[in-house]
Write a protein that binds this ligand. Sequence first.
Ligand SMILES: NC(=O)C1=CN([C@@H]2O[C@H](COP(=O)(O)OP(=O)(O)OC[C@H]3O[C@@H](n4cnc5c(N)ncnc54)[C@H](OP(=O)(O)O)[C@@H]3O)[C@@H](O)[C@H]2O)[C@@H](O)CC1
Ligand SMILES: Nc1ncnc2c1ncn2[C@@H]1O[C@H](COP(=O)(O)OP(=O)(O)O)[C@@H](O)[C@H]1O
Ligand SMILES: [K+]
Length: 500
Amino acid sequence: MRYAHTVERVRAAEESLMRRLPEGALMQRAAAGLAATCLQLLAGGAERGAGRRGRGSRRVYGSRVVLLVGSGDNGGDALFAGARLAARGVRVTAVLLAGERTHAAGSAALLGAGGVLTQDQAAGLAQLGRADLVVDGIVGIGGRGGLRDSALPYVRAAERAGVPVVAVDLPSGVDADTGEVAGAAVRATVTVTFGTHKPGLLVDPGAQYAGVVRLVEIGIEPGPAAVEALQHADVAGLLPRPTAESDKYRRGVVGIAAGSDRYPGAAVLAVSSALHGGAGAVRYAGPAAAEVVRAHPEVLVTQGGPKAAGRVQAWVVGPGLSDGPEAERTLEEALAAGVPVLVDADGLRLLARRGAAPRAELLLTPHAGEAVALLAGAGVEATREQVEGARIGYARRIAELYGCTVLLKGSTTVVAGPDPAAPVRVNPTGTPWLATAGSGDVLSGLAGSLLAAGLAPVDAGSVAAYLHGLAARTVGEGPVTAAEVAAALPAAWRGVTGAA
Ligand SMILES: NC(=O)C1=CN([C@@H]2O[C@H](COP(=O)(O)OP(=O)(O)OC[C@H]3O[C@@H](n4cnc5c(N)ncnc54)[C@H](OP(=O)(O)O)[C@@H]3O)[C@@H](O)[C@H]2O)[C@@H](O)CC1
Ligand SMILES: Nc1ncnc2c1ncn2[C@@H]1O[C@H](COP(=O)(O)OP(=O)(O)O)[C@@H](O)[C@H]1O
Ligand SMILES: [K+]
């Protein structure tokens, strides 16, 4: 598991550790890690530079690095790292954005190592035009709001230079706790973050600005995480594995109530993905029964609603369900079954119309537009853009309002459970190629299968999102169809369990 902690926790852990260490020790640890990444990039990147010391050293010596330095310790880190680079023969110029308020010891260290400080805008911009690498030490976890106007000309010049940008702790302008970007932010090639990940580095839009994130351990122990991201080993540990005693019922039977005369395809996709998602059997209830059996003869079908379908361990209700009394009845019957229920797509709009009532057994899987409808159903106004800009907060909010688990889809999928003290899971495997019609139906079928196999809603949702992203990548870097993603799920599954 990868963990991310709030600024509040990082600060508390830093204070507690600093009391036990000599002054400046933590900053030196941070600066050493930061300088190591800069040297690696100057030497030709992690892959190309490794093992070719001679050539790498020549590229480092005499190369030009510009530090963008703000008023706080984030700038201090940049200055101390700059001093380390200067000691290796790098020509380092620090552009001071905050004049006299710059970290004094850091400035002295850089000057002592042969670096240059400037407060002159024209000189700073000229240096950026010649730089081989730029370090963003404008602001770190002390930042509030987006980048200030005074920093913009430098950030734009760094972008124009087209050289690697290394963000110190997090890209300036990204909110550390939420990933929100109010206005402009630095676009980093690599972010070197200290002590723990920050939530804003793992969730869009912030994650899009962070580039590759490297964690430098500095010894802090920040306690409970605010955000966590599954890795292969975690997923392998959560995936159900049949044993000698298993039969199809014990492995879990998932019911799919999806599709309509208008949208039979959603039913076929959700069923296909449920079949590939590890359930012992799949039951289908709805008007697309004929299409479903034609595509998947192993499915038990009924033309009626969930009540007519027989026993299942979890229901998936909503994809392609359409609107109207029949759809409403379908949702009612699934909710009345007394088993975990995943509600998606049209089911979410129907649920929102009923208003929010706490139901711990629900897993809701909205995209931003459906999230807006759910919020409205609970009397909260928000726009799609607001939801997309502050994904963690809105997923938590809906989970709290509906007293259940919420998987908010999109560029970063996040899963929040009903317990506000528990960490939110963010999915690290997503790919924008998944933004294709029907891909959400595939996610629902898979998550439903996992629910039926007995996974808790937060695990079912986050494991499904993980495999869904991997499956799309397994198909290849390029366009994928939803049906291809469903078909690639077993390969993604094997990739995870085989690697663990
Ligand atoms: N915690 C740890 O374990 C360790 C932390 N370390 C490092 O310390 C960093 C945190 O340092 P920090 O506390 O000095 O805050 P920091 O981010 O430099 O900003 C401070 C000043 O910026 C200003 N400012 C605010 N918003 C702004 C904006 N949008 N745009 C521009 N300026 C803005 C604001 O001043 P203002 O101008 O508002 O008076 C504020 O006072 C952390 O990220 C890490 O790099 C490591 O050294 C080792 C271990
Ligand atoms: N930009 C993106 N990056 C990564 N994944 C995305 C992106 N946009 C959408 N997705 C994923 O694609 C799927 C789309 O689901 P959904 O919006 O329900 O589409 P549909 O209704 O067509 O099935 C979700 O899993 C979502 O997380
Ligand atoms: K920064």
